[in-house]
Design a protein around this ligand. Structure first.
Ligand SMILES: Cc1cc2nc3c(=O)[nH]c(=O)nc-3n(C[C@H](O)[C@H](O)[C@H](O)COP(=O)(O)OP(=O)(O)OC[C@H]3O[C@@H](n4cnc5c(N)ncnc54)[C@H](O)[C@@H]3O)c2cc1C
Length: 364
């Protein structure tokens, strides 16, 4: 008899929310994290509306700004600003959000052990879930998530300026395969750039330019940090027997937006559902988790790869389509979670999305 129903390696957004769901459903859950919380993680800290609404509780206590406006540019030109009058994303700091989520898991009944590094092959549990992020070893130890490529990003914090409140600045194509951003927080703004791995050497210079173009003093940077963005190719194996990987450990970062918290929360929910079926004796393995990922996350991942290709090969054309008010309406619905993925957009919004899709097909 195993000591726990489920052991989870990593207490970031993926691990803690999986633990919360499992413990709330009555499973005995152990979460191990090598860090002690509060701990920070390089991240823009933008929780999209679609990510926030996936959670079974509000993150309001750790939200520092709510954005309903996007100020967009293509390589610092052709600027436009669009507002939807409804929240697109909630701005937080990972040092606060992650501790909040982990405490929620503990309140729900999960046993949380901080400062403990775990090996996925040595845990005394019926089910083992790897949620140890893109630098963790659980995927390798379990022979999962082998087809993952990595993007890179660099971010830093700068003094707060009221003019950035309520909106997110996005500069498309300043980095190949990615973009730059300015995200408002309670007492600072977060500025970052990210894109394809080979762009690594350019990140520092582009972060500086991003600041200069937006009137931010580049020398006021605090906590400058780089990190990898793990991006899975569709079909990559994420579950075997009673083991699975979720979140960044599964390479679930969106290839275009670089967002990963929506996928972390969703994969946590999907693996929790599959685990509860195993624990109830209705299924033998976590293979249904893999099927659920292909059904619920892969369409978005495919669209992300498509958008990335389109902006890389035909930035001007793709941007011209993206800046149409109708395309923004569809994008806002995606960010808010009113559309699960672009392919299901209908009417005139569907026409705009299909136009981007056609550009991406031409770019293959
Ligand atoms: C610069 C940058 C900006 C980003 N901005 C955004 C954004 O604005 N919005 C968004 O949605 N996403 C963003 N992302 C992506 C987002 O940060 C990740 O997708 C998210 O952190 C994934 O959560 P996770 O729980 O899978 O992994 P993590 O948050 O990396 O958590 C993994 C945990 O596992 C622990 N761990 C590792 N190894 C072990 C071990 N052996 N034993 C025990 N514990 C271990 C770590 O200490 C850590 O706490 C950004 C990423 C980067 C790099």
């Amino acid at each position: 008899m195993a000591a726990y129903d489920v052991a989870i390696i990593g207490g970031g957004p993926a691990g803690s929310t999986a633990a919360y769901r499992l413990a709330s459903a009555g499973a005995s859950v152990l979460v191990l994290d090598k860090a002690r919380f509060p701990r920070d993680k390089p991240c823009g800290g933008g929780v999209t509306g679609r990510a926030a609404r996936l959670l079974p509780f509000s993150i309001e206590p750790v939200v520092e700004d709510v954005v309903d406006r996007m100020d967009c540019g293509l390589r610092y030109r052709h600027r436009f600003s669009r507002s939807v009058g409804k929240p697109l994303a909630y701005m937080t700091q990972r040092v606060r959000l992650d501790e909040f989520l982990l405490r929620k898991a503990a309140e729900a009944g999960a046993e949380v052990r901080e400062g403990e590094t775990a090996d996925a092959r040595e845990l005394d549990a019926q089910i083992v879930i790897g949620a140890d992020g893109c630098n963790g070893s659980s995927a390798k130890q379990l022979g999962l998530a082998e087809e993952v490529v990595h993007g890179v990003a660099l971010e830093a914090n700068y003094p707060h300026e009221q003019r950035f409140a309520g909106g997110m600045v996005v500069e498309i194509a300043v980095i190949r395969g990615g973009y730059g951003w300015v995200f408002p927080k309670g007492d600072h703004v977060n500025v970052g750039v990210g894109g394809n791995a080979e762009e690594g050497p350019r990140l520092r210079g582009e972060l500086r330019r991003m600041c200069e173009e937006h009137g931010i003093d580049p020398d006021a940077a605090r906590d400058t940090r780089g990190y990898r963005l793990p991006q899975r190719l569709p079909g990559t194996k994420l579950a075997r027997g009673r083991t699975a990987v979720i979140g960044d450990a599964a390479g679930l970062v969106d290839p275009f937006s670089g967002d990963g918290m929506y996928e972390a929360f969703l994969s946590a929910r999907l693996v929790a559902d599959a685990s509860l079926e195993v624990l109830a004796g209705r299924t033998e393995s976590l293979e249904p988790y893999q099927e659920a990922v292909e059904r619920e996350i892969t369409p978005l991942t495919r669209a992300g790869w498509g958008a990335k290709r389109a902006f890389e090969r035909y930035p001007g054309t793709t941007y011209a389509i993206a800046r149409l008010p109708v395309t923004f309406r569809a994008l806002a619905k995606l960010l808010r979670g009113d559309l699960p993925h672009p392919a299901v957009a209908r009417g005139i919004e569907g026409v705009a999305i299909r136009a981007i899709h056609r550009v991406s097909r031409r770019a293959t």
